[in-house]
Design a protein around this ligand. Sequence first.
Ligand code: BJW
Ligand code: ZN
Length: 250
Amino acid sequence: MEIPHILIEKLASAKHVAVLTGAGVSAESGIKTFRDPDGLWAQFNPAELASMDGFMSNPDLVWSWYQHRREIVAESKPNPGHYAIAEMQNLFEKFTLITQNVDRLHQSAGSKQVLELHGNIIENHCVRCKKDFVGETTLPDGQLPKCSYCGGMIRPSVVWFGEMLPADTLLAAENASNQCDFFFTVGTSGEVYPAANLPIVAKRHGAYVVEVNPNRTSISHSMDCCLSAPSGVALPLILNEFKKYRNQKS
Ligand code: BJW
Ligand code: ZN
């Protein structure tokens, strides 16, 4: 695939690069996306599994779904897309990685200070007193674990529909989108707010905005450039071209 020269030029002159990622970045690591034809929402009902109401009406179902996904995540490894993003953090004056993913594969690839908009699937907390728990599993008798402080139910520390995103993380993501001069949106359908608004904010503030996704999305029409390819292919290529360009210039 061909990387447009203008993209490399814009990247080379950028002082602050921001990247927003979604489930597509982890697809090449064997983790299902949500809204692709073979994605999680084709098989499962988001209202039942990714909302507080769903959890309160059937905690066993929700807990076992997350346990299953945790097992898949535990066996997964970062792919070339994650590694390319991790490498970018050392190439620019300022770099911000914003992710909607809960799998922590960016951190496994070496990315630091990742802004996790939708929490993570590794940690849990008590719905009542909010105390954090890590590594809770179903008890041997099949019962769900309860909070050892207040007896409340323990839930995964992800952000479900209708819940607020962590305020400080969202603010940092909005600030980066306001201030960056280059913005990548990678592997996200742009269907879920407020994350889907970040590339639009970046564009409105004058950033050069690039989408990396094998398919068109709800926000493709707002982009300066759409690269129709898997992120594990496109991102290493972009990095390669960027380094060649920078070496020629120095
Ligand atoms: C590849 C690839 C490859 C494949 N390489 N790419 C404004 C308007 C309308 C609605 C709202 C609004 N503001 C808020 C809302 C409500 C709601 C919302 O957005 N609803 C829409 C669906 C209509 N938002 C919320 O409720 C949020 N909270 C909130 O706004 O609080 C304030 C508030 C409260 C109440 C009322 C109003 C305001 C919270 C959203 C939480 C989302 N949670 C989930 C589950 C997390 C836990 C879990 O993992 O179980 O987060 S849902 C799911 O979607 C998950 C994802 O992070 C999120 C985004 O999905 P993503 O990452 O984009 O994945 P896909 O599958 O959609 O797309 C994958 C893409 O990859 C595709 O495009 C492929 O083509 C591509 N791809 N292979 C690159 N190899
Ligand atoms: Zn508690």
